[in-house]
Write a protein that binds this ligand. Structure first.
Ligand code: PDD
Length: 287
């Protein structure tokens, strides 16, 4: 089956999907994106992702081309056409195509591109072993709450992680961890409390983070919403990350220093199980 993508109103084989040279996403990184997990053929936390999409578009003043219902139909149709049962749907909206000039062009239609990636999220080997992270300076701009397609700092951070034999980079500013290159970062104290950096312009409001914190509260796990340092993270009982493409993943070392006993911890395992149960329940409710 050939891979089908969505571009500006049409479902097309990927080879036929072409974006014009003067697209502002290509020239300026002038666009925003979203990424949503698919489990059992159904979208996980779709409403919250679409809410964040609407907010990102509003903040950068790109008109939203679709209603929430239309976005949902497009996502579902794309998953169906690609036979996607488990994986990720990516979509981005750029300000459109115009002669290169910094100011907003007039009468330009936003470019909408969407594709899917198959991936085993629930039975991920990394969930069993845990992953290594390194820390790097956070080189990003001051509006990290917007899911911008400008990801150069994250590209460099994650490449540095790969070259160090790690799977994620934690970005650090003023001694405090902001977040991962493509994930939200957490630690668990020796007393079993989750520590999460509060939402602000310094981090992306992770949708998996939001759901997980609500679920952990229901499960009676206490939360300290405050920034934490790299030193505190290295001393913590556990560390983990969340993202739409990984749900909850244990972190077993930071800059080569083992966290706890160097194995995925019990609180992280429990949170992962709770999150998967919730995502599976959403799927059953949709069927
Ligand atoms: N990244 N922080 C950053 C910088 C991210 O890029 C992401 C997601 C997250 C987690 O957000 P969510 O739980 O809504 O996925 C936090 C996606 C998965 C990506 O770029 O592939």
């Amino acid at each position: 089956m050939s891979r089908i993508v969505f571009l500006n109103g049409s479902f097309l084989p990927i080879e036929e999907a072409k974006v014009p040279f003067m697209d502002r996403g290509f020239l300026f990184g002038d666009g925003i994106y979203e990424g949503i997990a698919v489990l059992g053929g159904h979208l996980v936390d779709n409403e919250a992702h679409l809410e964040r999409l609407e907010r990102s578009l509003r903040e950068v003043r790109i008109p939203n081309p679709y209603t929430r219902e239309e976005w949902t139909q497009l996502e579902e149709e794309l998953a169906r056409r690609n036979g996607l049962t488990e994986g990720f749907i990516y979509f981005q909206v750029t300000r459109g195509v115009a002669e290169r000039d910094f100011m907003f062009p007039e009468n330009t239609t936003p470019t909408v591109a969407m594709f899917t990636q198959a991936k085993s999220i629930v039975n991920s080997p990394a969930a069993e072993t845990g992953i290594a992270v390194i820390t790097v300076p956070d080189l990003r701009w001051k509006r990290r709450d917007i899911k911008s397609i400008n990801l150069l700092a994250q590209v460099l951070a994650k490449q540095a992680a790969k070259e160090a034999g790690a799977q994620e980079a934690w970005m650090v500013e003023d001694g405090f961890v902001t977040e991962g290159g493509s994930s939200s970062g957490f630690i668990v104290t020796k007393e079993g409390r989750i520590v999460a950096r509060p939402l602000s312009n310094a981090i992306l409001p992770g949708i998996t983070r939001q759901s997980l914190l609500a679920l952990s509260k229901e499960a009676g796990i206490e939360l300290e919403e405050r920034p934490f340092t790299v030193e505190e993270a290295c001393d913590a009982a556990e560390a983990f990350l969340t993202s739409a493409s990984n749900f909850v993943l244990p972190i077993v070392s930071i800059d080569g220093r083992p966290i706890g006993n160097g194995k995925p911890g019990p609180v992280t395992k429990k949170l992962r199980a709770i999150y998967i149960r919730m995502a599976t329940a959403q799927r059953m409710a949709a069927e």
